[in-house]
Design a protein around this ligand. Structure first.
Ligand code: BV8
Length: 265
């Protein structure tokens, strides 16, 4: 197996299946690419429509929210709207099936949609929060102070609703750039990667830290890395096997390969 070269897919699938067979400690790390075939633009792709002229990384910050809460709230409401019509794709379903095969598997996600859980994944570590929830921007009742936006009157001027406890604006319960990741989630992800036999990395550019540092940590601790991404990423040089294909086809193919008996050497 030659690291990070574009193999023909069958060879890479066979190599990946060989690494997975009998693996006792499988960890998966997903990024926005795994939701791409559900119609959700990846984080670095230009957003569509009204948002095409905005860089999400510029909007996903506390400073942007302080400067223009109405714009940032509208950005998140538009993304939630898009999620309403999104369904898990074959990649999400294949990862849920993989969890059923590998009883100790942990899935770490950078994504803020809930498509993994909807597809049936149960052991999910969320690094960057969720679009499904909101909290008081002042965390007035403790960190976090969850707030149900659906139970609050939506201000006429498009600003976020006010926290029912303290009147501060509410905000999406996601991790913005410049904000710390949830300590328990990051610790669990780091511990999982430190003892993984195989780390399967699906659909991430490997650009956003500290999540992007997890594959190097796993590799340093002896894990073998399989990457699924149609494009080369910052993770590819660390990968022993690179399936350069969309996750929605590569993951089901990998499951089928696992069903086949180990070909005789
Ligand atoms: C923090 C929620 C410190 C919001 C997101 C070193 C260490 C620590 C921090 C830093 C560091 N260097 C720089 C930083 C700062 C910063 C950072 O990493 N900046 C980058 C841009 C350089 N990190 C932070 O600010 C983090 N916070 O470190 O705080 C701290 C500590 C203590 C106290 C205070 C502060 C916070 C980072 C989290 C930001 N929030 N999301 C929201 O979504 O609105 S990150 C955002 O990017 C999404 O969650 C997304 O998932 C994530 C990562 O991107 P990807 O998932 O990889 O998506 P991307 O579009 O890049 O790539 C998609 C890939 O899919 C591509 O490779 C593509 O080829 C592939 N693909 C496409 N189609 C398919 C496919 N793959 C498979 N199948 C397909 N069909």
């Amino acid at each position: 197996m030659s690291p990070s070269s574009r193999h023909d897919t069958q060879t890479s699938l066979r190599d990946a299946a060989r690494l997975l067979r009998g693996c006792q400690r499988l960890v998966v790390l997903t990024g926005a690419g795994v939701s791409r075939e559900s119609g959700i633009p990846t984080f670095r792709e230009a957003q569509t429509g009204l948002w095409a002229r905005y860089d999400p990384a510029q909007l996903a910050t506390p400073a942007a929210f302080a400067r223009d809460p109405r714009l940032v709230w509208a950005f998140y409401q538009a993304r939630r709207e898009k999620l309403h019509s999104a369904q898990p794709n074959a990649a999400h379903h294949a990862l849920a099936a993989l969890e059923a095969r590998f009883p100790h598997m942990l899935l770490i996600t950078q994504n803020v949609d809930s498509l993994h859980e909807i597809a049936g994944s149960t052991r999910v570590i969320r690094l960057h929060g969720t679009l499904d929830a909101d909290r008081c921007s002042a965390d007035c009742q403790g960190s976090p102070t969850p707030v149900d936006r659906h139970a609050l009157p939506a201000p006429e001027d498009g600003r976020p609703p006010a926290c029912p406890h303290c009147g501060a604006l509410i905000r999406p319960d996601v991790v913005w750039f410049g904000e710390a990741l949830p300590a328990a989630a990051l610790r669990a992800a780091s511990e999982a990667c430190a003892s993984a036999e195989v780390l399967l990395v699906v659909g991430t550019s490997g650009l956003v830290y500290p999540a992007a540092g997890l594959p190097a940590q796993a590799r340093a601790a002896g894990a073998r890395i399989i990457e699924i991404n149609p494009e080369r990423s910052d993770i590819t040089p660390l990968a022993l096997v690179w399936l350069s294909a969309p996750a929605g086809s590569a993951l089901p193919a990998l499951l089928r390969m696992l069903d086949q008996a180990e070909p005789s050497p």
